[in-house]
Design a protein around this ligand. Structure first.
Ligand SMILES: [Mg+2]
Length: 211
């Protein structure tokens, strides 16, 4: 008998690509400004950095392109203070899941200001018993640590929990290692062989599993 669901945020509740252009535009502005001022980055390099920034962790970019420390610090500062202030919509299917009568938790990793602004914009705050944002800047806590902590604090057994996410290497792996059932939301069938209890291209299929 399931008692609670733990949701991931990015690409599980809403599609990141729906906000990427606007979000990264702010950050790219800092890069453009600095590349021109300091004048040590070739325009082609700047374009390559921008492309990689949409899909790689920031620190990876800093190391790979040996970004000037001042630029890196300023961009990191921008990231830490960035919010998303335009309208956002959850996936259509999410509206079915939020009404499942179980405790719901949101566990996400990222810069808290940005994650909080997205939660605000999506209007989903009230859907959760608790929202936990792990700031990789400040904490070594993993999703597995957070899940174990939820289990301890609310006295849930592994079989009473259900984890929904889009990343086999993150929340899905963490949950499986704690013997928690998982649902891998994989809309493009990117991970046909990834270990998971359940898997679907459609978020709505959660309803049949928990029903
Ligand atoms: Mg995700």
């Amino acid at each position: 008998m399931k008692k609670a669901i733990i949701f991931d945020l990015d690409n599980t509740i809403y599609p990141v690509n729906s906000i990427a252009d606007n979000l990264f535009a702010q950050l790219f502005g800092v890069l453009d400004q600095n590349a021109a001022t300091i004048n040590n980055l070739h325009p082609d390099t700047v374009e390559r950095i921008k492309e990689e920034m949409t899909r790689r962790p920031f620190q990876y970019i800093v190391d790979k392109y040996e970004l000037d420390e001042a630029i890196a610090e300023q961009m990191l500062d921008e990231l830490r203070n960035m919010t998303y202030d335009l309208p956002m919509q959850p996936f259509e299917d999410y509206h079915h899941l939020k009404d499942i009568p179980l405790d719901k938790f949101l566990v996400t990793t990222g810069f808290p200001k940005l994650q909080n602004s997205k939660i605000e914009r999506l209007g989903i705050k009230g859907d959760f018993k608790e929202i936990i944002i792990v700031d990789p800047d400040l904490s070594k806590q993993t999703k597995k640590d957070v899940m174990a902590d939820i289990m301890a604090r609310y006295d849930y057994q592994p079989e009473e929990l259900f984890v929904i996410g889009d990343d086999p290497d993150s929340e899905i792996k963490a949950a499986l290692s704690l013997d928690i059932d998982t649902f891998l939301f994989d809309p493009k069938d990117t991970y046909p062989d990834a270990p998971t209890t359940h898997k679907s291209r459609h978020l709505k299929d959660v309803l049949a599993i928990l029903g």
